[in-house]
Design a protein around this ligand. Structure first.
Ligand code: AMP
Ligand code: FES
Ligand code: ZN
Length: 313
């Protein structure tokens, strides 16, 4: 196969774009897709200070490298979850990546914070993933606010966005549908959150990571239980193979035509937010959910009942 642009031998074939690309033209294609996402959705400008959440996976590292190549002001943030057999390796990958590319990095260590995920897990009756997600979001917001970052960027790709959109559609979850966007504006004291890779599939970010020699962490979280999202992703792979380009069409169609309809239904949150009495984080509950998890974890050595519900953060 020949490169669609320069006719050299192609190294990446993208049926969804009806094209094959050589290395250089694929990298230009990737850059162009990120630029179109940033400008099309007005995600940020070169004036913004961008905090990029780095898990150690290919998507967030590819995002960080691409934004820095485009001249944006980026700083990485890695949350070390202290999960045995996984977190130390992910952290090493992020540290090596940022050192290699001379990019600034903030590490937040959950062991030092009194919130190691295995201990949080012990205190919960239900799967730990949603509490872990809340803890991560808490530190994304808190660190962004405390350090005057104007935007928080995550590495969610087109497949992540499709899986989430599809799941929300299957349940006709109007509240979630009204809240799904690659650009969530700042509100209630939380900073703006953006997903600049929403036009690129997992296959495309994997190719970018390979061609840019990004060494990434790919072990799945030992606590994840093959969420229904994975089944949805599988379904979409089959659909995409039969009808190349369907994923991007579906998502862009939602942004253009579906989102405005659901936005009308956006609920105005009745809960008044005020700073957490302990940590200052916006909450409707006096003491925020993460401070309460922290207390529960600190009590672990005492014979106490597991907590089974938490205030949303
Ligand atoms: P996931 O939900 O694991 O697919 O991650 C989605 C995005 O969240 C990643 O692309 C990262 O931007 C961010 N993220 C996930 N885990 C971490 C972490 N431990 N530290 C920093 N960012 C993370
Ligand atoms: Fe948080 Fe798996 S990454 S529980
Ligand atoms: Zn708090």
């Amino acid at each position: 196969m020949k490169c669609k642009v320069c006719k050299k031998t192609a190294v990446v074939s993208l049926p969804s774009h009806n094209a094959g690309f050589c290395r250089d033209c694929f990298l230009k294609f990737f850059t162009r897709q990120v630029e179109r996402a940033i400008h099309g959705e007005k995600l940020f400008t070169h004036e913004d200070r961008i905090l990029v959440a780095l898990s150690g996976g290919k998507d967030s590292l590819a995002l960080m490298l691409e934004l820095s190549r485009q001249g944006y002001d980026v700083t990485g943030l890695h949350i070390d979850l202290a999960i045995p057999g996984s977190s130390a390796a992910a952290r090493r990958v992020v540290e090596r990546f940022c050192a290699k590319h001379e990019l600034p990095l903030i590490i937040k260590d959950m062991q030092a914070e009194g919130l190691p995920i295995p201990k949080v897990k012990k205190r919960l009756k239900r799967p730990v993933c949603s509490a872990c997600g809340k803890i991560k979001r808490y530190f994304f917001n808190k660190i962004a606010m405390e350090n005057q970052f104007t935007v928080l960027a995550t590495g969610h790709n087109l497949d992540d966005e499709i899986a989430r959109l599809f799941s929300n559609v299957l349940r006709w979850d109007i509240a979630y549908l009204s809240d799904q966007s690659p650009n969530l504006p700042d509100e209630h004291g939380f900073g703006r959150k953006v997903r600049p890779l929403f036009r690129l599939s997992e296959f495309e970010t994997a190719n970018y990571a390979f061609l840019m020699d990004i060494d990434y962490h790919y072990a799945p979280c030992p606590y994840s239980q093959g969420a229904s999202f994975s089944a949805h992703k599988q379904l979409w792979e089959e659909l995409e193979a039969a009808m190349p380009g369907r994923k991007l069409d579906f998502y862009l169609g939602f942004l253009e035509r579906g989102r405005p309809l659901f936005a009308k239904h956006e609920e105005v949150s009745g809960a008044r937010l005020a700073p957490c009495a302990r940590c200052g984080y916006p909450t409707s509950a006096g003491i925020c959910g993460v401070c309460r998890i922290r207390d529960a974890v600190a009590e672990l050595d005492e014979p106490v009942q597991p907590i089974c519900s938490m205030e949303p953060l």
